[in-house]
Design a protein. Structure first.
Lengths: 237, 287
């Protein structure tokens, strides 16, 4: 029996008068990797913002570890074991690579799978560059620092928002090569992705969103190219 | 020989200005806030030391250690209940609020302590001097400079060697993203202003031991502090020390030529640095 870690039930969210999510239901099991795909403006990032408490929504719409977390502020949500890799990486330019990683563990108490050593083990290049300013690294390396920073809090759920944006395909491949190790640590992962190919490779299950709704879901094996095309663009090919 | 002496006196005076400026530099470095009440808060700290010293009959150098936690609390409360509410993309509201605060502090001190000049009496140490090569320097000015160097060194260690310092720098870079690390910027800012007020208390000790003070002298201290921060480069603590010393030396040299030129030459030095190095001598790379 799989255990549900994070779920949303009939989640709606607004930016002012603009309704951005229309009754979204997703479910993430413990240790599972979920991909949320969809075109620009489909509501993927809005969903991430709602989960992390940055966007107001109905208090009961989101449950994490069996508890309703909808009424909590962003720091309270994150404190319970959710970490986020924000879109655009958002590394701290005044901090070195190692300091950027350490600040991810700022509020952590106790030990866990992820330490500086275990992060350096999956990305050895960061150990060599640990004293460089984080923003002096290449785009792909910076993205790994951002992922490492989020892992340092030893989250139970890791949310990755558009981590392949603006990177070369070969670099994206390298980044996703580290995902099996993240899965080994026992964390559930939610990737928001426009690169459907990568998303299908890494995910156990896929949700496709369009215009604030989930239009398709299933395992990568179940979903045909046509289904996805349909759900992604809203037209048949 | 008189020129060597003037130069040394100027450097020592620079220590005092660096102490005035260190708290200002810290707060600006962490939250991009220019606290126009900084000078008045130094004067407030001097009155706090004076009150403790006279009521408990303590030496000012002892009373200062009791004043530090009080001023930390003042800084923490000021940031939490007033300044955090006005910090944002617009720099005007915090400027106006701290300007108003400056007026409030001055008038409260006038009401409470009157306009009389006060002084912190440190006893024989005030008149003692030591021979330093060809010149003789006062012990108090020497202690002032040593304290300034120590304070700047300690702040640098705090910034670059501790977990709190890491949070200071990260929050200064990106107050939104630190939220993802469960760091609350408002708490970080409150601690920073608290520490700045502890430094202001050390500055207040030497201000009060060196010369007379009254409730109205805050704004002029702010001006020297501000000039030291700008000369050094915004956000650079060692730069602030250098800035203080440059103002001090310029004032001492000006005064040696003509006593009326003391303040003027400090301001001229400030304008010259701005003219040739608009970002200061040691600007932070990523500002």
């Amino acid at each position: 029996m799989t255990e549900t870690l994070l779920s949303t039930h009939d989640l709606t969210a607004h930016y002012g008068d603009f309704k951005a999510l229309f009754g979204v239901d997703i479910e993430v099991n413990k240790g599972e990797t979920i991909a949320i795909i969809g075109a620009n403006g489909a509501g993927k990032s809005t969903l991430m913002r709602a989960i992390t408490g940055l966007l107001p929504h109905a208090p009961d719409a989101i449950r994490f570890k069996g508890e309703s977390i909808g009424a909590l502020s962003a720091p309270e949500v994150l404190d319970r074991g959710i970490a986020m890799v924000p879109e655009g990486r958002r590394l701290f330019p005044s901090l070195t690579v190692e300091e950027n990683l350490l600040i991810g563990a700022h509020s952590r108490t106790g030990n866990g799978y992820w330490t500086l050593e275990s992060v350096y083990d999956i990305v050895p290049i960061l150990r060599e560059r640990k004293d460089h300013p984080a923003t002096a690294l290449s785009g792909g390396q910076q993205q790994m620092v951002a992922i490492g920073r989020a892992l340092m809090s030893n989250p139970e759920a890791l949310l990755c928002d558009e981590i392949s944006l603006g990177l070369a395909p070969v670099v994206i491949k390298e980044i996703y090569a580290s995902f099996p190790k993240i899965k080994e640590s026992g964390a559930s992962v939610i990737v928001v992705e426009q690169d459907i190919g990568q998303a299908m490779k890494v995910a156990d299950r896929v949700y496709c969103m369009m215009e604030g709704r989930v239009t398709l879901q299933g395992t990568p094996e179940e979903l045909s190219r046509d289904d996805i095309h349909n759900a992604y663009f809203g037209v048949s090919s | 020989m008189i020129w060597v002496d003037t130069l040394v006196q100027g450097i020592l005076l620079g220590g005092l200005y660096a102490l005035f400026a260190a708290g200002l530099s810290l707060v600006f470095g962490v939250m991009r806030l220019v606290n126009l009440a900084h000078g008045d808060l130094i004067v407030l700290a001097a009155f706090v030391i004076l009150t403790i010293a006279t009521t408990l009959g303590l030496h000012p150098f002892v009373a200062v250690f009791l004043a530090m936690p009080i001023m930390f609390a003042v800084g923490w409360g000021l940031q939490t209940y007033i300044l955090n509410r006005v910090l944002g993309d617009d720099i005007l509201p915090p400027l106006l609020v701290t300007f108003g605060l400056s007026v409030v502090i001055q008038n409260t001190l006038l009401e409470t302590f009157s306009a009389d000049s006060q002084k912190l009496t440190a006893g024989p140490i005030e008149a003692q001097s030591v021979a330093l090569g060809p010149t003789t320097v006062g012990l108090t000015p020497l202690l002032t400079l040593a304290s300034a160097i120590l304070v700047i060194f300690a702040l640098n260690q705090l910034f670059y060697r501790t977990k709190l310092g890491r949070a200071f720098r990260a929050t200064s870079d990106d107050p939104v993203t630190v939220g993802l690390m469960v760091i609350r910027p408002n708490n970080v800012f409150a601690i920073a202003t608290g520490i700045a007020m502890v430094v202001a208390t050390i500055a207040a000790l030497y201000l009060g031991v060196r010369a007379n003070f009254d409730p109205t002298i805050g704004p002029a201290r702010l001006l020297y502090a501000f000039q030291a921060v700008i000369i050094g480069g915004l956000g650079s603590l060692w730069g602030t020390l250098a800035g203080g010393i440059i103002i001090g030396v310029a004032q001492a040299l000006g005064a040696a030529v003509n006593p009326e030129w003391q303040l003027l030459s400090g301001h001229v030095a400030f304008v010259l640095v701005l003219l040739f190095r608009p970002r200061g001598l040691f600007p932070r790379a990523n500002d």
